[in-house]
Design a protein around this ligand. Structure first.
Ligand code: MLT
Length: 312
């Protein structure tokens, strides 16, 4: 890009809008974080951040797109745990999350909630556990594809229940939640950044939260662990990436804008209302994201290989 053609032009970056790629459907939990984050970061950068939803293959099409995009400082990716689970889930993954990207930093951690359609018979989690064990083959579980955290949560759920559901994949949990609200599917495990408004409006059955401790945004909701699924935990984390080779000056500017957004009440208050927690400063850096990603690749690789779930 011309903005990096010579030293004197470096100060001009960014001189046109930046694309922030979201691997799932518009209106869903990743999209909610991306749009709010992008709006705050654009105030610091003086350029708009345009969210681009590139759905498919559990988020891996978006990651592939960004890994191959021009490393000019104008294409970024926001992704969650799916970045770390993809190498174990996809045997023919066209990118390596540990070597094909430049890292900007982490954003926020988000709990998940287990939801049922409003008229699903069980009234609470202990009743759902019994129902799922007796009727597992009749239960439809929506998710956002192999590599989505909704899939990861659903996989752990079936494993800990000893039940086998029928999985229905969507391009994101926004259409999956629409299907749940319409009664076309029975169960969905999804992030609070999308589910809290629907929980508060009493449009779904809420069976529990996926963190080990109860969360501030839903203080009366038991954890799945409390309700009998010992050790059950899924926490969603988000990182911002760029194609490998992106100029360090661009990474530094975008990282500064990210860190400013993580202190901006317009962003942080919205995240708090939606149950998300801003990551500590040590994780808001390129090194913080890279180190964490390596840990997560190792952790989930082990769990997924043991479960034997993968796509050829
Ligand atoms: C989304 O944004 O649709 C979700 O993050 C998908 C998922 O379950 O991972």
């Amino acid at each position: 890009c011309l903005a990096f053609g010579n030293a004197s032009a470096q100060g001009t970056y960014p001189n046109h809008p930046i694309s922030l790629v979201v691997p799932f459907a518009a209106g869903g939990p990743t999209d909610v974080v991306a749009r709010s984050l992008g709006a705050s970061m654009s105030k610091t950068l003086g350029q708009s951040i345009v969210v681009e939803n590139r759905t498919g293959a559990g988020g891996t099409l978006a990651s592939t797109h960004v890994a191959r995009a021009a490393p000019d400082g104008y294409t970024f990716l926001i992704h969650h745990n799916g970045m770390a689970t993809a190498p174990a889930l996809y045997r023919k993954l066209p990118f390596n999350p540990l070597t094909d990207f430049a890292y900007v930093g982490q954003v926020a951690d988000v709990p998940m909630t287990l939801l049922g359609r409003k008229d699903l018979p069980p009234g609470d989690m202990p009743a759902f556990i019994k129902y799922a064990r007796e009727n597992g083959d009749k239960v439809n579980l929506a998710n956002a594809g192999l590599g989505a955290v909704s899939q990861l949560c659903g996989m752990l759920l079936q494993e800990s229940l000893g039940a086998q559901f029928t999985t229905v994949p969507y391009a994101g949990t926004a259409p999956a939640l629409t299907a749940l609200l319409g009664g076309q599917v029975d169960v969905l495990c999804d992030q609070t950044t999308q589910t809290i408004p629907h929980i508060k409006a009493d449009r779904v059955k809420l069976y529990g939260v996926t963190t080990l401790d109860r969360i501030q945004a839903l203080p009366d909701t038991p954890t799945l662990q409390e309700s009998g699924l010992k050790g059950f935990e899924v926490k969603v984390w988000h990182g911002v990436y760029a194609p490998k080779g992106t100029p360090p000056e661009a990474i530094a500017k975008v990282n500064a804008a990210l860190r400013a957004a993580l202190k901006d009440p317009a962003f942080t208050q919205k995240m708090t209302e939606l149950g998300a927690e801003i990551v500590p400063e040590s994780k808001q850096t390129p090194e913080g994201l890279q180190t964490w990603l390596q840990t997560e690749v190792d952790k989930w690789g082990g769990i997924i290989r043991k479960a034997g779930v993968y796509a050829d």
